[in-house]
Structure formats: C-alpha cells, structure tokens
Design a binder for this molecule. Structure first.
Ligand code: GLV
Length: 324
C-alpha cells in the first residue's frame, strides 16, 4: 500500500481509482494551492503526488521527499516542474495529453467569437443601462466567417481550432515548427508572414525558452490594424506591456486572454482598463467531462508507477526510477 498526496480537490473519480488500487490518499482541502511549506511537509511521506500547474516542484523539494516516485500533473502543460530535474531525482513526471484538445479549442473559438462580436463588452454595457434603442452603429465588429485565422502552433489544440475555423468558412493559415499537413490549413514559413495576413491570431504553443515573449512589440506591429489576438496557451508567450501598447494605440482591435503572466493577473493591471480585452481565469479545459478525464488520467499514471510499471503519459524517463 502506498500513499498519494493530491494537492487540490478534483472532479471525477481519481480518488476512487487510487483507493481501489489499494492506496491511501490525502487531499489538500483549500481553494488555493497548498503553501510551499505545507506541500513539502505533506510530500515528505508520500509515494506519489497529483499536482496542478500552481504547485512548483523543484529539485530541492524532491531532495526532501525521498519516497516520492511520481508527480502526476493534472494538465497537458508542465511548466511547474522541470522534467529533466525530476528524472535526475528518479521521479517520473506525467501529464494529460489527448483529452483536452477539443474542449480547449471550443473555448479558444468562444473567445475569438466573443472578442470579434463584442459579446462581453456589450453585456457589460447592457447591465449598466446602456441599451437605449436598436442602434445601427452600436457594437460593430468584424465578421468571423470569411476572415483569415492565423494559428501559431499546430499541435493537437491548434489542429482542433483549425477544424472549427474551417466550419465557420474561415481561411486558415498556420505557423508551426513541426511540419505537418492538416487538411484545409495552409502553412506559412514565417511568423511575420502569418501575422501580416491574419484577421485573427490564435496561439497554441507551449511556453519554452524559444516561445517566451514571442509576441512582443515587433509581432504586434506586424499584425493587421483590425486584428484580434487570442491566447489560450501560456501568458509568458506574450510581452504584456507590448500588448497593452498595441491595444491602446489601436494597432490591433482586441485581445482575448485565458492565460496571463502572472496568474491571477493583479487587479490593478492595465489590461483590465481596456474595454477591448476579455480576460478569463485559465479555464479553457474546464468542462466537467474533460477535467474529470484529466484527473482520472493522472490517477492512472500514479497507479502504474506504484505498480512498478512505466506510466502511460510520461514526459520524462528517469534512468534509475525511485522504488525499483
Ligand atoms: C492547462 O493549461 C494545461 O496545460 O492543461
């Protein structure tokens, strides 16, 4: 019997899966992440951890938790853990690929539509008593159908966004490091070229050394004047000061952001002062079914490692896994 620490209450049946595999489970009950000292304390006796993007797992922490054999992140991203550092400590790191692309793409498309057609802004205005009459000039925005969408990063999520865009009769361009042919999508060789041709830009790259602040002054200057920028990837791919400047100077028409840097975005941040910005709290994968599948996938990764097997969704490969 092994002990699993879960850093937040999760949807679905992950605890049932762990318990029926014979393991004991302890869950942090707070709405906010466990503070670093609590996390360290609870992981000291744990054989496995189910973690979120909000839990920073460092080499130092792993040194202090000698029994810990697997860190199973309930996310496809894992910027809270360095996979190489975990591997050096003999600890498996796992993620949740394949289950959240469609749900995340639904949300990216919802943001695109909402920003284009000013859904949030007009709702806010209506509640404030601004709806006086039917106005031929009120809340005009660009059409989505027939427009060009530029997708940056054509992995599972980028491809799922492309399929939705094609259903809306959009022309779809993509800029991707990994050459792949996706029906109906035209690949362009450079980011600038994509930005100059797109009415909407949707970002689907992971945060890495190469993608950090990929969208800075030059990128926003290269976009079409009326363009809308959508980010459901990571806040760190955007230089937010450059984005604020581009929006203030009306170099682009609007932005819809499900991710920011930092998260949560402090309430005094300039982005909140701009009416043409939508900000949501990192919820693109937040459907009941998808979040449940993600949590259960993390539990299955834990169960595999505790059974002495390779986890199905490993993102690293310790040369000498702990506990063998
Ligand atoms: C969410 O951002 C994830 O990486 O799953």
């Amino acid at each position: 019997m092994a002990h699993v620490y879960v850093t937040r209450e999760l949807p679905g049946r992950p605890l049932e899966l762990l318990r029926s595999a014979g393991h004991t489970v302890d869950t942090w009950p707070g709405e906010l992440p466990p503070p670093a000292d609590v996390l360290r304390e609870r992981l000291r006796d744990a054989d496995a951890a189910i973690t979120l993007l909000t839990d920073r797992i460092t080499g130092e922490l792993l040194d202090d938790c000698p029994n810990l054999r697997v860190v199973a992140n309930v996310a496809v991203g894992y910027d809270n853990v360095d996979p190489a550092v975990a591997a050096e400590h003999g600890v498996w790191l796992t993620n949740t690929p394949g289950v959240l692309a469609e749900t995340t793409a639904d949300f990216a498309f919802a943001l695109l539509l909402a920003a284009a057609r000013r859904v949030v802004e007009s709702d806010r205005d209506t509640r404030a008593g601004g709806w006086k009459t039917w106005s031929p000039t009120g809340f005009l925005g660009p059409d989505v159908h027939g427009a060009t969408l530029g997708i940056v990063g054509l992995g599972e999520i980028g491809q799922a966004v492309a399929r939705r865009a094609l259903g809306f009769d959009m022309r779809v361009l993509a800029y991707t490091r990994t050459p792949r042919d996706v029906p109906g999508v035209s690949r362009v060789a450079g980011l600038r070229e994509l930005l100059a041709a797109s009415d909407f830009v949707s970002v689907h790259v992971p945060l890495t050394g190469q993608t950090q602040h990929m969208f800075g002054r030059d990128a926003f200057a290269a976009m079409k004047p009326g363009a809308v920028f959508v980010n459901t990837a990571r806040g760190g791919v955007v230089d937010q000061e450059a984005l604020v400047a581009a929006l203030r100077e009306r170099r682009i028409a609007g932005a819809a952001l499900d991710v920011t840097d930092p998260e949560p975005l402090p309430l005094d941040h300039a982005l909140y002062t701009l009416p043409n910005v939508i900000i949501t709290p990192h919820i693109a994968s937040a459907s009941v079914a998808t979040r449940s599948r993600m949590a259960e996938m993390a539990a299955r990764n834990v169960i595999a490692v505790l059974d002495g097997k390779e986890p199905p969704n490993a993102v690293n490969r310790p040369a000498e896994p702990r506990g063998r």
